[in-house]
Design a binder for this molecule. Sequence first.
Ligand SMILES: NC(=O)c1ccc[n+]([C@@H]2O[C@H](COP(=O)([O-])OP(=O)(O)OC[C@H]3O[C@@H](n4cnc5c(N)ncnc54)[C@H](O)[C@@H]3O)[C@@H](O)[C@H]2O)c1
Ligand SMILES: O=P(O)(O)OC[C@@H](O)[C@@H](O)[C@H](O)[C@H](O)CO
Length: 515
Amino acid sequence: MTTLPRLSRATLATLADAGLDPAVRLPASATTALSTGIVHLGIGAFHRAHQAVFTERAIEATGDDRWGILGVTQRSATVRDQLLPQDGLYGVLELSDRGGGAPPLELIGSIRDVAYPAEETARVLATIAAPATHIVSLTVTEKGYRRAADGGPDLADPALSFDLAVLAREIDRAATDDDEPSRSAVGLLVRALARRWRAGGDALTVVVCDNLMDNGPQVERLVHALVGACPAAGAGELLDWIRARVTFPATMVDRIVPATADAHRRAAERVLGATDAGLVVAEPFRQWVIEDRFAGPRPAWELAGATFTSDVAPYEHAKLRLLNGTHSLLAYAGALRGHATIAEAVADPLLYGLARTMLDEDSIPSLGAGSEIDLEAYRDSVLERFANAAIGHTTVQVAMDGSQKLPIRLLGIARDRLAVGQAPEAVARAVAAWMLFVHAAAAGSLEVAGSPVGLDDPAAQALGQAAAGSIDGLADRMLDRSGVFPAALAGDDRWRTAVRSGVSELSGIGAATAR
Ligand SMILES: NC(=O)c1ccc[n+]([C@@H]2O[C@H](COP(=O)([O-])OP(=O)(O)OC[C@H]3O[C@@H](n4cnc5c(N)ncnc54)[C@H](O)[C@@H]3O)[C@@H](O)[C@H]2O)c1
Ligand SMILES: O=P(O)(O)OC[C@@H](O)[C@@H](O)[C@H](O)[C@H](O)CO
């Protein structure tokens, strides 16, 4: 058995000389010396398959050498250890169930450096403070922002309290070389803003790429509130600078990017002829709609297919409600029925029916008439994308962190339908599927594809306590005690009745719920 070389600039040059498979797309940026213009917090799979791809293509289109990315991991050094030995190079393997032949493998060279903040805080802060850096972008998951129920910072969170004390030292210049690691992503962000302000205060754009409603402005309010809560004498001056020089455009990000599996790595190796520890996989589709509100220069992402607009809201609402809301329904109901993947779930006639009914009766009507987007066509494209069996996006991955996702993906639909006098029965079924999923996962009675599934959620303890007990009172216990439902919704009898019916209708759909 021959041992394959590991992907790196040198390996790539050798492979290219010998002749690469035509399925491989080479990174034009690989031969360009790039300075660091972007620092990305949360270099998970999605950033590598989305923003880094748009940046690679923009560099290719313009030759602009200002947009190398410093990727910052959050909770572990894994991605740093995957990418640095490869000179930052990695592949995006495109997964499609259409057509034969080798799957396209796009190599990306826009990520030039990776840091693990627990060991390299000083370097991360210095890079964000540097004048050549114009953009800080983020994908740190919904829970990474540590918001309280009202959307403001959760000041009771010990990590945020710790980070506020560090911020106070940073502002008061008591900690010029302080490289004590921050304990939250948002804490690291405000501290880096303070460092940049102190270093001369060049303008900066913060590009939030997580699936939050009104994501940029929401994080802007969070950052303002955090700095406002800081007791340091100079906090007011820092806040004035942030208001004047730092913008937070809203974005809608879309590409289905499941976790990379060993089978994907083997498939990519066959195409490339080298191993790639940083490989990510994605569907062919990618979309990025960005509010045109940059404080300084940016890559020409529009030449890579991004759309710049003054109003992201119609795209964001359609995406979060039609795509992500339906994804969550299929994940919870799919797991209950024992389906391992979203593609299996949407191929199940019962679940396809639930999804289609929710889309037609609640999700699309909740967006009101006169949307500039053709919502029926969007619905069809979403269902078609979910059916792509090559993706293998697991129901368990999409089901994670429901307490954070439900308010964004489903509860807004319910609120808006109730506001126009409609009982949102279809979306109530999706919420009921989540309750049944929590009930079974917390009780240890959920099995998907032969493996036990636990509850992966930052609120797992509270959810488990609320769910414990008989299915009979499950809807009421979850509405009252899970901490997920705003009082107005939990107190609405039409909603309560619809969720109770949903639980009772779906309680028999899978083996796990029957136990
Ligand atoms: N994967 C997709 O299909 C997709 C599509 C659109 C948007 N997104 C957005 O991107 C996010 C990340 O997705 P991914 O596929 O890269 O996931 P991933 O698991 O590959 O990476 C998650 C990243 O977030 C960090 N993170 C996780 N929990 C955190 C916490 N509590 N505090 C700070 N950082 C934390 C991780 O360290 C990692 O860097 C999603 O939550 C979503 O908001 C993902
Ligand atoms: O990535 P998460 O965990 O926030 O949500 C899972 C999926 O619903 C989501 O990632 C979609 O795949 C994505 O939003 C498609 O653009």
